[in-house]
Design a protein around this ligand. Structure first.
Ligand code: SAM
Length: 251
């Protein structure tokens, strides 16, 4: 991720991340149940970022948790937020971790940012224990973005993500990535529109990414955000983005 367009960590951001995470908690609970999270002895989390999922994992299990991220600054932030977790700077495409070590491997919003996702999944397969599980908790697919009225927020996101080196269509590819690495895989889609609270909390941040990537001017940003807030307050704004999840099992 480009450092200029990345959000800086602070208490409000932490609160915002946790609120966002709470909206998809129902789906994560189902995944955690299916992969036997509470029975796992050693969990690996990849692309932990600021540690939002790390914190959730730490609260739910007594397993040993190792969380990694390729960005040293993210690891420093996560370390300050979550205790009793082993943190490392590691690139998922070239892990220095041992073979067949982890019962459970999880990640969220990762594969869209990884340069070679098949190489990454092969590394995950290598470090996952036999009969262990890997779970993609959420991987969005911006190609399936639906919005009304059309304000081109979805199209601008695709443009911004491509400029940042991410793959906006990663969601639809996860089944293929998992199976290419050797996992027996089950894929689902989280199909819910953003509710009014979600829209009000996020809409400015969503357009700010587009502004920071120089895809709109400050004047356009101000007008768009004003229009968005009017529409949302009148409950006339719809945004939907399919978010894929996957569970893979190593035989
Ligand atoms: C969108 S953030 C998601 C953070 C966290 N999983 C969450 O849901 O809040 C993606 C994270 O993946 C990390 N990342 C990107 N490429 C990576 C790689 N090749 N290896 C490890 N981490 C990577 C980034 O540094 C970033 O912290």
């Amino acid at each position: 991720m480009n450092k200029d367009t990345r959000v800086d960590w602070g208490p409000e951001i932490e609160e915002q991340f946790e609120r966002q995470a709470s909206w998809t908690l129902f789906f994560r609970n189902e995944i955690y149940r299916k992969i036997g999270l509470t029975k796992a002895k050693h969990i690996l989390e990849i692309g932990c970022g600021m540690g939002t999922i790390t914190k959730e994992l730490r609260k739910r299990t007594s397993a040993k948790i190792t969380s990694i991220d390729s960005d040293e600054e993210m690891i420093e932030v996560a370390k300050k937020r979550v205790d009793d977790v082993e943190f490392f700077v590691e690139n998922v495409e070239n892990l220095t971790l041992k073979d067949n070590k982890y019962d459970v491997v999880v990640f969220q919003y990762l594969l869209l940012w990884v340069k070679n996702p098949i190489k990454a999944m092969k590394e995950i397969y290598r470090v996952c224990k036999k009969k262990g599980h890997v779970a993609a908790l959420a991987e969005p697919d911006y190609g399936g973005w639906v919005e009304y009225p059309e304000m081109n927020l979805g199209k601008k996101h695709i443009e911004y993500l491509r400029e940042e080196g991410a793959d906006p269509l990663a969601g639809r590819k996860i089944l293929s990535y998992f199976e290419s690495a050797g996992f027996k895989t089950e894929v689902s889609v989280i199909a819910q529109t953003w509710n009014q609270e979600n829209l009000l909390c996020n809409i400015e941040e969503e357009w700010k990414r587009i502004l920071n990537a120089d895809l709109i001017s400050q004047k356009e940003f101000d007008q768009l955000v004003r229009k968005e807030k009017d529409l949302i307050n009148q409950n006339r704004r719809t945004i939907f983005i399919p978010v894929f999840t996957a569970i893979g099992r190593k035989s």
